[in-house]
Design a protein. Structure first.
Length: 79
């Protein structure tokens, strides 16, 4: 564990528990676990949607356009 012994890490853990309390640490752990689970499910849904389309086929969302043209002028800012 690097240059610190197991006793150093136990003291650090004890101080963290005393400062934050076990309930708050448990809530943080549950929130973090839920966020990771949601992220994994979102990645799974995205990859399954990408695999559902045929190779070389343009997805329906990409082929639809709103029919609007945005015009503008780019100017270089003088400093």
């Amino acid at each position: 564990m690097g240059s610190f012994s197991i006793w150093h890490w136990l003291v650090v853990l004890l101080i963290i528990v005393l400062v934050f309390g076990t309930k708050k640490l448990r809530n943080i752990g549950q929130d973090l676990g839920g966020a990771i689970k949601g992220f994994k499910e979102g990645m799974r849904e995205t990859s399954s949607e990408a695999q559902a389309g045929k190779p070389g086929e343009i997805p329906a969302s990409a082929s639809q356009s709103s029919g609007q043209t945005i015009e503008g002028e780019a100017r270089k800012e003088k400093v």
